[in-house]
Design a protein around this ligand. Structure first.
Ligand code: ZN
Length: 201
């Protein structure tokens, strides 16, 4: 199983980090060991002083596909949820400045957090995602504001990677990313429904 992630898929988030708006999807991967086991807290790693939350709409691939045409993209999705793409922003900035890969800053243990799955065929449509930190909304977005819609993401990614059943696609985060601290409580919602609760340690 692999975890494919999209960066800078909302204009407001690309600009908040001072990044150019991309002309094709920004793609990176996390290893399967990045998945935080359900009900465990997120333990801040000792080697970073700036771990950021990124709330994202996450879809799961239900069957094998390669060179998928945009019009068939939705038929490859068998579940959806909301997730967190934890990012060591200090390490990522250091690596970006040197032109080096981001994997350590994005793919470390526990950096991929998944909410409860909404299973079954996912119909084409748009979804609201939001994140509350200690009860206050810090991120909110709607997938209609994607720079690259789901159809384009699946078509693009599947030109490079064969998609397999169980693979996950993190679709990018809206503006409002920020640091987490020990004791913080995060809650993520999909279409207003709370699907993920997490304590930071
Ligand atoms: Zn992200």
């Amino acid at each position: 199983m692999k975890i494919i992630c999209i960066g800078r898929n909302y204009r407001d988030h690309a600009t908040e980090l001072g990044n150019a708006v991309p002309d094709e999807p920004v793609v990176f991967c996390k290893p399967d060991s990045a998945i935080l086991q359900p009900r465990l807290p997120f333990v801040l790693p000792s080697w970073s002083q700036d771990i950021h939350h990124e709330v994202e709409w996450v879809v799961r691939i239900g069957r094998v596909g390669k060179f998928i045409e945009p019009e068939f993209a939705w038929s490859y999705i068998d579940a959806m949820t909301v997730g967190l793409d934890f990012t060591a922003r200090d390490l990522q900035s250091k690596l970006k400045a040197k032109g080096l890969p981001w994997e350590k800053a994005k793919g470390f243990d526990g950096s991929a957090v998944l909410g409860e799955w909404i299973k079954g065929p996912v119909e084409p449509g748009f979804h609201d995602i939001s994140l509350l930190k200690n009860g206050q909304e810090v991120q909110a977005g709607n997938t209609r504001d994607f720079l690259f819609p789901l159809e384009s993401l699946i078509a693009h990614v599947s030109q490079y990677f064969t998609l397999k059943s169980g693979d996950l696609l993190f679709t990018g985060t809206p503006a409002g990313v920020g640091p987490v601290s020990p004791g913080d409580e995060l809650e993520a919602k999909l279409d207003g429904k709370s699907l993920l609760r997490l304590r930071i340690r």
